[in-house]
Write a protein that binds this ligand. Structure first.
Ligand code: AHR
Length: 653
């Protein structure tokens, strides 16, 4: 049945040798291995966009947990039934022990007073799962605080009671267990009795975080990343690195240490798109630079931090740091290298050890600016690179080539980057699927001896760039797969690539398409996700030349392939994209191979090229795998219409 579904067929070799065979002949020159493929070739780009970190990967379930949002009661409200007896006030305290900045005074003038937190578009609770609550509290003794998780109907799904505080700030904890599954629960805090209590740093985490770390990351989202097998993790963005103004830029030093002391920052995606406003989007940095490095370690991914280069986002203010005031920015880069790599007897190495990681993080790459362009960028990049190269020649610097391929900004950048002998150049490309199909051979003719390419952000846009109507269709995924065969074939020039953006919350996104969609309970891999996973999990170590013949150029127009040799398993890995609307017979020929003793075929396809995955039907477009016996170094394979196939072949001379 499976075999039938994937349209796979083998026929005897003699049947293929007649002149009437109308098939694509795919020849893999196994005896002519080419460039080494970077082990970190296929990675991920993470940015706190679409609720990627707050409300996403960072598993804190309480929004505005410390009342530090500019509207300090955003996310908090009084339940209707408690309105007559409840008063809320947000007060400010400077240096009193325990609280920082704002805190909430919850006052009850009757039997009880209550306040709800709405979470991030609700709180996802699973039946039987445990949730850890904590709060800093002070006030008159004798009162109690009931902590409930409530369904939208008001039904209580989990409950606990906290007592025993006095006039000094003290931390109190409670454990809640969900009685049933609910994606949009609320947290309710009810002060029992008459009087008031001060509350700060209200927190709720699922017990089941990634690797069970307290106050950690959402396990299912990290698992989706781990399943991808990324070679690197680029963080923390994206435009948030730049900020819409310089004072709103990302500053890594403010994202380490106790979570409560990491200052809140406006998220640039809060107000970026008028058609997708997200007024409750702020960065709490619960996922900060230390956590990013740990995540890289967990995933076995090379860390690739991107730092602000003294420029705010050029799509916004484009604010500049004067060149003679750039030193603190460069110092941030030097300190980051020490924080990641220096021994523990240095100040920044000691800081890393104090946070719990004495061993270095082995950072090898650093990005200078995100998506910058123009002369002002190169003035600043030059200063960074002069200092960093002199002090840290072991670190490869990633330079920007602007937001688009082949436009004036890009054409201005490349000659300068060559002149500056840049190590790696970060290219970005958001375009229609046709562009990706048409540009699958783009890198075949790139200059081989200059800087290497990092295709740092790319994604096929079904409607148009930043259109809210873009969908993660199979067509988009096939276009990306076609393009990626070109990246792989040119692995001597293209060293790394990452799809962007990575995550999006289904109820809180600003940008579409995205690789992985989530809601408060589930993650969803798009067809593009499967393409990324198949490439990363079938990377190979050396490029093998492939030629496509046997059909007219027109018929072959939407066929793409690349091949690699896996040094560890001794397998040939062949990737084939059939973006035609008809199934295509192919003849696979391996030159320089005597025996093919094993084959595995993984195919992803759908009849309708506009198919998408959804939370209701998550596997509408998903790969299926089967084993087969190729019989020898020449065999037939039928490629279904609208398909991406990965063939692994165990070979012997
Ligand atoms: O991936 C979304 C945005 O696209 C990134 O933040 C930015 O670098 C690019 O413009």
């Amino acid at each position: 049945m499976k075999l039938k579904r994937i349209y796979f067929s083998l026929v005897l070799l003699f049947a293929l040798s007649g002149s009437c065979v109308l098939a694509a002949v795919v020849t893999v020159a196994v005896d002519h291995p080419g460039a080494q493929i970077n082990p970190a070739m296929w990675g991920v780009f993470f940015e706190d966009i679409n609720f990627g970190a707050d409300g996403g990967l960072y598993a804190e379930m309480v929004k505005n947990a410390s009342f530090e949002f500019p509207q300090p009661l955003m996310g908090w409200s009084i339940p209707a039934e408690n309105a007559p007896t409840t008063r809320l006030a947000v007060l400010t305290e400077s240096s009193d022990g325990g609280a920082k900045g704002h805190f909430l005074r919850l006052e009850s003038s009757g039997e009880s007073g209550a306040v709800d937190n709405e979470g991030f578009r609700g709180i996802g609770v699973k039946a039987g799962n445990t949730y850890d609550f904590s709060v800093e509290v002070r006030g008159a003794p004798g009162l109690a605080l009931r902590v409930d998780l409530c369904a939208p109907s008001g039904a209580v799904m989990a409950s606990a009671r906290i007592k025993g505080w006095g006039s000094a700030w003290t931390e109190r904890k409670a454990v809640l267990v969900g009685s049933h599954t609910e994606p949009r629960a609320r947290l309710r805090l009810t002060l029992e009795g008459t009087g008031s209590a001060d509350l700060d740093h209200v927190s709720l985490f699922p017990r089941k975080t990634w690797k069970q770390r307290p106050a950690g990351l959402r396990a299912d989202m990290v698992q989706a990343l781990a399943d991808l097998g990324p070679g690197f993790l680029r963080f923390p963005g994206g435009c948030i690195v730049e900020g819409s103004r310089l004072e709103l830029r990302y500053q890594w030093k403010k994202t380490i240490g106790p979570v409560e002391s990491r200052p809140l920052l406006f998220n640039r995606w809060n107000a970026e798109f008028k058609h997708r406003p997200t007024p409750d989007y702020y960065q709490t940095f619960g996922l900060g630079f230390y956590e990013y490095f740990i995540l890289c370690e967990d995933l076995g991914a090379e860390p690739l931090p991107i730092l602000n280069c003294g420029m705010a986002c050029q799509f916004n203010s484009g604010e500049l740091v004067p060149l003679n005031q750039l030193d603190p920015y460069i110092q941030d880069a030097l300190d980051l290298i020490d924080f990641a790599n220096a021994p523990v007897d240095t100040p920044w190495g000691a800081r890393r050890a104090e946070l719990g990681h004495p061993a270095p993080f082995h950072m090898k790459m650093l990005g200078v600016g995100n998506e910058q362009w123009g002369p002002q960028y190169f003035e600043r990049y030059t200063k960074f690179s002069e200092t960093l190269r002199a002090r840290h020649p072991e670190i490869s610097l990633v330079a920007a080539a602007g937001p688009e391929l082949d436009d004036e900004r890009y054409k201005y950048a490349w000659p300068r980057l060559r002149q500056l002998k840049a190590d790696i150049v970060d290219e970005h490309c958001y375009a229609k699927p046709e562009w990706f199909f048409d540009n699958a051979h783009r890198y075949d003719s790139y200059e081989r001896n200059g800087p290497k390419v990092f295709m740092g952000e790319y994604a096929a846009q079904s409607v148009g760039v930043v259109s809210p109507d873009n969908k993660n269709t199979l067509r988009c995924a096939l276009a990306e797969a076609a393009f990626m065969t070109g990246l792989e074939r040119n692995a001597d020039v293209v060293r790394m690539a990452s799809y962007a953006p990575l995550f999006a919350h289904a109820d809180a996104w600003q940008w579409t398409p995205n690789l992985i969609w989530v809601n408060n309970l589930q993650t969803l891999g798009t067809p593009s996700y499967h393409v990324q996973r198949l490439f990363a999990r079938n990377r190979g170590d050396r490029v093998l030349p492939v030629t496509l013949n046997g059909m007219s150029p027109d018929e072959q127009k939407r066929l793409y392939s690349s091949a690699a040799f896996d040094d560890t398993t001794g397998e040939i890995i062949l990737k084939l994209v059939n973006a035609r609307s008809a199934e295509t017979k192919s003849v696979i020929e391996l030159t320089g191979v005597g025996h093919v003793y094993r084959g595995t075929l993984t195919v992803m396809h759908a009849d309708d090229v506009e198919s998408v995955n959804s939370f209701e039907n998550p596997s509408q477009v998903a790969p299926t795998q089967t084993a087969f016996s190729p019989g020898g170094p020449k065999f037939e394979l039928t490629l279904p219409a609208n398909s991406f196939s990965v063939v692994r072949l165990g070979v012997a001379p």
